[in-house]
Design a protein around this ligand. Structure first.
Ligand code: 5GP
Ligand code: MN
Length: 341
């Protein structure tokens, strides 16, 4: 159970205006947790907004009220005013202000005196929040928001709509209850959410069986290009901007592709490189067992994340990025082997 300080409880009771910020390129957990917290705060009488640094990916637009989410990239002044007026600023599903993107980060740093509340399940949280709920043993931020609301004594306030978004967050961050971050408590919470009348099968369908034909073709191309390095138990996929363009790439279209590398019997590490339209490369890392995807991302690719799921980036070309990866992989694996010898 989490401990919620009295000052925060009082602040939530007496505040009228709050804001909820999610990380850049928000995923199911970021949006699922934020939308549920928004509903809860509205029930407490707050006027509150969910703020995303950039656009909402198409595969999550069916979540209730996503059209009301404010996008910092397109509306910075309005959002700056809201944040200046907010009595509490919740930051969800991220551990460092840099995850909100350069421009929003810069503005948030100027708001240091504000009451920030972090709810997050990533390792190594930065110290910017007055109230910090950080627990990397949790499957998802959605699980933590559920705990937060229940601990405040408002389990009965969780309605079907909130249960739907929380379930979506838990389901996506656990890969449908398959990743090692799934605990018995995760399952209990999922069961409680099901008891609120959600349609879990419909949620699965909306997330996993709603590909566009373009996305499916892009997946075909990605799978065809998969490279396996058996000596390093590593599989990788690289998608260049021309390939993305060919399949009319939309944000979120490659969500989940990296996991196919791990479907390979002898792969313990899977990587996907995605060339940005303007400059640089976005990278996703996934691993099985004890392989620290987050350490690899942090050490060489300006990123981080969880043990088995991490991300990073470079400002290099796709070819240079892959070269760097192929150079660092043996070094990293040798080091791991030495450490575990
Ligand atoms: P994805 O591959 O789905 O973009 O990211 C997987 C996980 O890695 C995310 O849930 C997040 O925890 C982490 N992550 C992704 N990108 C970054 C990044 O640039 N920096 C850090 N610190 N973590 C990241
Ligand atoms: Mn998450």
């Amino acid at each position: 159970m989490i401990q919620i300080p009295e000052q925060l409880k009082e602040l939530i009771e007496k505040s009228k205006l709050s804001a909820i910020i999610v990380h850049r390129n928000p995923d199911g957990d970021a949006l699922g947790s934020a939308l549920a917290l928004q509903s809860f705060l509205q029930k407490k009488g707050h006027k509150t907004h969910v703020i995303s640094p950039n656009e909402i990916p198409g595969y999550l637009k069916w979540l209730p009220e996503t059209e009301e989410i404010l996008i910092y990239e397109t509306n910075p002044e309005k959002i700056q005013n809201i944040l200046k007026d907010s009595e509490i600023i919740f930051t969800l599903d991220f551990n460092d202000l840099s995850r909100s993107g350069k421009d929003l980060e810069k503005f948030l740093k100027k708001l240091k005196a504000k009451t920030f509340v972090m709810i997050d399940h990533h390792l190594e949280p930065s110290d910017y929040a007055r109230f910090m709920f950080s627990d990397s043993s949790k499957s998802s931020t959605s699980e933590m928001v559920y705990d937060f609301i229940v601990t405040l004594g408002h389990k009965n306030d969780i309605d079907r709509k909130m249960a739907t978004t929380l379930y979506t967050g838990i389901m996506t961050d656990t890969g449908s209850f398959k990743f090692p971050n799934t605990t018995s408590q995760t399952m209990r919470i999922a069961a409680d959410l099901m008891d609120k009348g959600i349609n879990h099968n419909e949620i699965q369908t909306k997330i996993f069986d709603s590909f566009s034909l373009d996305k499916l073709h892009l997946l075909g191309e990605a799978l065809n290009k998969l490279v396996f390095l058996p000596q390093y138990k590593t599989a990788y996929i690289a998608l260049g901007k021309d390939e993305l363009k060919k399949h009319h790439y939309q944000k979120g279209d490659t969500e989940g592709f990296v996991n196919y590398g791990l479907a390979l019997k002898d792969a313990d590490f899977a990587v996907m490189f995605l060339e940005n339209e303007n400059e640089g490369v976005r990278i996703s890392f996934r691993s099985k067992g004890n392989f620290p995807a987050n350490e690899f991302a942090k050490k060489y690719f300006n990123g981080g994340g969880h043990l088995n799921a991490a991300g990073g980036k470079t400002s290099k070309s796709l070819e240079e990025t892959i070269r760097l990866f192929l150079e660092k992989l043996p070094e990293f694996i040798n080091r791991l082997q030495l450490e575990n010898a």
